[in-house]
Design a protein around this ligand. Structure first.
Ligand SMILES: Cc1cc2nc3c(=O)[nH]c(=O)nc-3n(C[C@H](O)[C@H](O)[C@H](O)COP(=O)(O)OP(=O)(O)OC[C@H]3O[C@@H](n4cnc5c(N)ncnc54)[C@H](O)[C@@H]3O)c2cc1C
Length: 307
């Protein structure tokens, strides 16, 4: 029987591991399918406090892991495929084996949706991004393209006009899911150029390890062409990793955990941390803060239970 199991090895999970380990709770952290979480996909992180020169994303999260291990956290490979949260204690199934715990911290994140273009993943962190707040500042006076038709695409496009010389918003249809107010705001921004009925077929140039352009196609005329671009931002949504808790942990329609205050979920003893609950901020620092909150709640819960 574990005191604490933490699911996820991003900023939220690792921070929860640092705190619970320092509290002497010997947490077990299960790293999941993406060790290091979303920061393992990126290169420079310039907005995490404490690093005036910036830090490489994978290094930042690896440092957090080392810090947690130094205090006794066990970080293991493994993805939870099933969870049973019905009893006083909880069970999670990892690689076919059930592990039991008194508290559970869910820090499984929300994965960005990608287009699935042949070169897309090879260029993440080198011009391809899913986070304007994180990476916009790297594209001062550069050509930026944003993909999407919802509110987040409008918000990201507007935000990116602070940096880019031009921002092209590409959408596969001519109708937008975005609310009227967000759409009107984007339309009124002279730096945003709308390109509708257009799909992206690929992004270049892997040989330069840098985004230099994209291949586009008009879905009505079938005409295809290449366009130069420096920053390629996906704003087509995120998928919270909560499938294994379906029917047990309360989520909203999209699958984000609904907070019951602090880091609490609808199940006493099960806590949330990071992007799996946060559809608004989605930053390394906010995920770390949430990991700290979940850890403190777990400690207090265990103490009240006499552990
Ligand atoms: C390309 C990119 C660049 C970014 N740049 C920045 C930046 O510069 N600054 C910034 O502040 N933020 C940045 N972000 C955002 C930041 O990475 C996220 O906000 C942060 O990683 C969220 O942390 P998290 O721990 O909540 O989730 P994640 O980092 O998503 O981690 C989730 C973890 O859960 C694990 N997991 C999932 N399912 C299971 C399961 N069933 N069982 C066990 N484990 C599971 C995964 O393996 C993963 O380790 C960037 C994001 C991306 C994609």
């Amino acid at each position: 029987m574990r005191n604490v199991i933490i699911l996820g090895s991003g900023c939220a999970g690792n921070t929860a591991a640092i705190y619970t380990a320092r509290a002497g709770l010997k947490p077990l952290l299960l790293m999941g399918h993406e060790p290091g979480g979303q920061l393992s996909l990126t290169t420079d992180v310039e907005n995490f406090p404490g690093f005036p020169e910036g830090i490489n994303g994978p290094d930042l999260v690896e440092n957090m892991k080392k810090q947690a291990e130094k205090f006794g956290a066990e970080c293991e490979w493994g993805t939870v495929s099933e969870a049973d949260l019905s009893g006083k204690h909880f069970r999670v199934k990892v690689e076919g084996e059930w592990i039991h715990t008194r508290t559970l911290i869910i820090a499984t994140g929300a994965s960005a949706r990608w287009l699935g273009l042949p070169n897309e993943h090879k260029l993440i962190g080198h011009g391809v991004s899913s986070c304007a707040t994180c990476d916009g500042a790297f594209y001062k006076e550069r050509k930026i393209m944003v993909i999407g038709g919802g509110d987040s695409a409008m918000e990201e496009a507007n935000f990116l006009t602070r940096f880019g010389s031009e921002v092209t918003l590409v959408h596969r249809r001519d109708q937008f899911r975005a609310s009227k107010i967000m759409l009107d705001r984007a339309r009124a921004n002279p730096k945003i150029k709308f390109m509708t009925n257009t799909v992206v077929e690929n992004v270049y140039d892997v040989s330069k390890n840098l985004v230099t352009g994209v291949r586009l196609r008009n879905t009505k005329s079938n005409e295809a062409w290449d366009q130069e671009v420096d920053g390629f931002f996906l704003a087509i949504g995120h998928i919270p990793n909560t499938k294994v808790f379906k029917g047990q942990i309360e989520t909203d329609a999209e699958g984000y955990i609904i907070s019951k205050g602090g880091a609490r979920t609808n199940i006493t003893g099960v806590f949330h941390a990071g992007d799996v609950q946060d559809r608004t901020y989605r930053q390394a620092i906010t995920a770390s803060g949430a990991g700290c909150m979940a850890a403190i709640e777990a400690e207090r819960f265990l103490e009240a239970e006499g552990h």
